[in-house]
Design a protein around this ligand. Structure first.
Ligand code: ADP
Ligand code: MG
Length: 144
């Protein structure tokens, strides 16, 4: 488990970029953190680290935003805020997106916690007020 202190959105992006560079495909990243905690901002950094475009925006209405580029892993960025049961989850196609050549990042992962128990996941918690965030990354030990 690693803990970071961030004092700006840019610092959070830098931390996320470093993680994004280490991703090898097949990772499922589950965020924990309230509205405005920085989940989407962190995902922007992941995309940069993965070599993808940095124009990451919230998937609140689309449920999933996809980022693809030749030669890079694909990133699937989910917002599970309105996904409240297994039927709703199934209808997002969530399970079909999991592959060795993709990375999945999930906002409001709390809503599908019981499903995620069956997978090896990286949990990223963001907490704090103002511009300060404590970012805890757990489950990434296998990168060492
Ligand atoms: P979430 O997806 O968790 O709702 P966003 O990433 O959309 O959060 O928004 C986070 C907001 O907080 C942005 O406006 C960002 O600029 C601001 N912010 C301020 N300080 C930080 C920080 N240290 N890390 C991340 N975001 C920060
Ligand atoms: Mg968000």
């Amino acid at each position: 488990m690693q803990t970071y202190k961030s004092t700006s959105a840019n610092e959070t992006i830098t931390i996320a970029t470093e993680l994004g560079k280490k991703l090898r495909g097949g990772e499922i990243i589950a965020y924990k953190g309230d509205l405005g905690a920085g989940k989407t901002t962190f995902t922007r950094g992941l995309a940069i680290g993965m070599g993808l475009d940095d124009d990451v925006s919230s998937p609140t209405f689309s449920i999933v935003n996809e980022y693809h580029k030749n030669g890079c892993l694909s990133l699937y960025h989910f917002d599970m805020y309105r996904i409240l049961d297994s039927f709703a989850l199934e209808s997002t196609g969530f399970f079909d997106y999991i592959s060795d050549t993709s990375v999945i990042a999930i906002e409001w992962s709390e809503n599908i916690e019981s499903v995620l128990e069956e997978f090896n996941i990286i949990t990223i918690s963001l907490e704090g007020i103002g511009d300060e965030r404590i970012i805890t990354i757990a489950g990434d030990e296998y990168f060492c």
